[in-house]
Write a protein of this length. Structure first.
Length: 491
């Protein structure tokens, strides 16, 4: 195999859309060999999720009760409530088990995203390319960050043939699948969409976050999302644990491995990926090995025939587009900003801002240096009223999130770099000095005006405050006037 490249072998295997027929001996040999299908972390999270959901559904079903409606029969309610002692203890168990579930999944998503979830770079996915089917697949890939979980046209055909086959209306061979079949992908998409709804509504209900109307809406949304997941879960359990053809997939969640024959028959595309990985490993440890050591004899012969025509094939260099992504449409950005302000008003009861972040952090730092002077100052002392700290305000976390989000979006758009924007008639030193001077004047102006362009202009503007509208018109007018005075530094 020393004279074969990975790219050539991949192209040779791609000639086979369906798994070629094998002899009984070859199938028996493949049945004895095991191939890895799942990582340990994925199996642990899968079973943690399964046992957590069993407990939450057990208690959740007993919590859905009123004088007009109840979900479970009386004997079930009696058994569950007697186990916990009181309905209050059962509710607390349900809530804090849900909190643990959210924390574990959040940790798994944050620390395991790159290794276990994101198998496809988001930059390679575009909603602008192809027809409606390609756009739908791209949207799924953006949600998952993993192309192995995205439904495509081949998967739709698989679902159609599988359903017809179960009811005895079709004996057509199923299209080859990747690491997950179309049914698993469909359930994964349902879970990916419903899980954030379950988490957010559950927290809103449990800790009474937000206004009363939001808590009331969270209840039916929570039940609806759980209902969707449980409906899919029934099919998922049946297909994995009961349906004979899929039982090896169930046991793979215990051992992490399945027989090579199962992958060859049911997940042919994934089997080819595993063969490529084994090929790369064998080239390193045993360069003199043959294709027959890797593939069944009859398939190795067919692959070698394909490789004959691929001797001179060289993997092309990837085209990396280093151009920055276009800015958002300003009208779309304006609408999204307006919706964001509405959201913050409904959830927090106030709008956004930025300048008080500097005022609060400055006060906190100055208090570390001269606490007596700071807390006796007329302006700064109100930040310490009632034993509070200047940093105990959501504005602090808002601006920290703003900085992180701005860097992340700039990095994704290929615009995150250190540079100085200036015109040809100005030096770097003068540009930096003027930037600092302008920033200081803006900061002082924002505190005198009781808010910056966000806190005073936008937040005040949407509440129709007279001072806010006066501020905005004056800021725009002074901006145009200043631009005229300093235009020679830019042109």
């Amino acid at each position: 195999m020393n004279n074969i490249t990975t790219y050539q072998l991949k192209k040779a295997l791609d000639y086979f859309d369906y798994p070629p027929k094998l002899s009984a001996k070859e199938m028996d040999n493949m049945r004895q060999r095991k191939m890895k299908k799942h990582d340990v972390a994925i199996m642990l999270v899968h079973w943690f999720n399964a046992f957590t959901w069993i407990l939450m559904l057990t208690t959740g079903a007993a919590l859905i009760i009123s004088s007009f409606y109840k979900f479970a029969p009386d004997f079930y309610l009696t058994i569950v409530r007697d186990f916990f002692g009181t309905p209050g203890a059962m509710l607390q168990f349900h809530i804090w088990l849900g909190v643990v579930w959210i924390l574990v999944f959040s940790a798994y998503t944050v620390f395991g995203y790159r290794k276990y979830l994101r198998k496809h770079k988001i930059s390679e996915i575009s909603l602008k390319r192809g027809g409606i089917k390609e756009k739908l697949k791209a949207l799924q890939c953006i949600i998952f960050g993993n192309s192995a979980l995205c439904l495509d046209e081949n998967d739709i055909q698989w679902l159609k043939i599988r359903v017809l086959g179960i009811i005895g209306q079709s004996n057509v061979e199923l299209p080859p699948q990747g690491s997950f079949n179309a049914g698993q992908k469909l359930y994964g998409l349902l879970v990916a969409l419903m899980t954030p709804v379950i988490m957010l509504t559950g927290l809103t209900m449990a800790f009474h976050l937000g206004p009363l109307w939001l808590i009331q809406w969270a209840i039916p949304l929570h039940f609806l999302a759980v209902g969707f997941v449980v409906s899919g879960l029934m099919v998922h359990v049946y297909m994995g644990a009961v349906f004979p053809e899929e039982k090896p997939a169930f046991f793979s969640m215990v051992t992490g491995n399945v027989s090579e024959l199962f992958l060859y028959r049911h997940h042919f595309n994934f089997w080819k990926e595993r063969i490529i990985k084994q090929f790369e490993w064998r080239k390193e440890v045993d360069p003199d090995s043959k294709l027959e050591d890797l593939l069944p004899d009859s398939l190795a012969v067919k692959v070698e025939e394909k490789l004959e025509g691929l001797k001179d094939l060289v993997e092309p260099e990837p085209n990396r587009d280093l151009r920055p992504t276009k800015f958002w449409n300003p009208y779309f950005a304006g609408v999204m900003l307006g919706l964001l302000f509405l959201f913050t008003y409904f959830v927090y009861g106030r709008g956004l801002g930025a300048s008080s972040f500097l005022s609060r952090t400055g006060t906190y730092i100055w208090n570390l240096i001269a606490p007596e002077y700071t807390q006796s100052n007329v302006y700064w002392s109100h930040y310490f009223h009632g034993g509070h700290t200047p940093l105990g305000n959501f504005m602090i976390f808002e601006v920290i999130g703003l900085i992180i989000g701005a860097y992340w979006s700039g990095k994704k758009a290929k615009r995150a770099k250190v540079e100085i924007h200036k015109g040809p008639g100005i030096t770097n030193k003068v540009r930096i000095f003027m930037a600092f001077a302008g920033g200081i004047l803006m900061g002082l102006g924002a505190r005198v005006a009781r808010g910056c362009t966000s806190g005073q202009g936008l937040t005040g503007g949407i509440t129709l405050a007279v001072g806010a509208w006066l501020f905005v018109f004056v800021a725009i007018g002074v901006g145009y006037f200043s631009a005229y005075l300093f235009r020679r530094y830019w042109l």
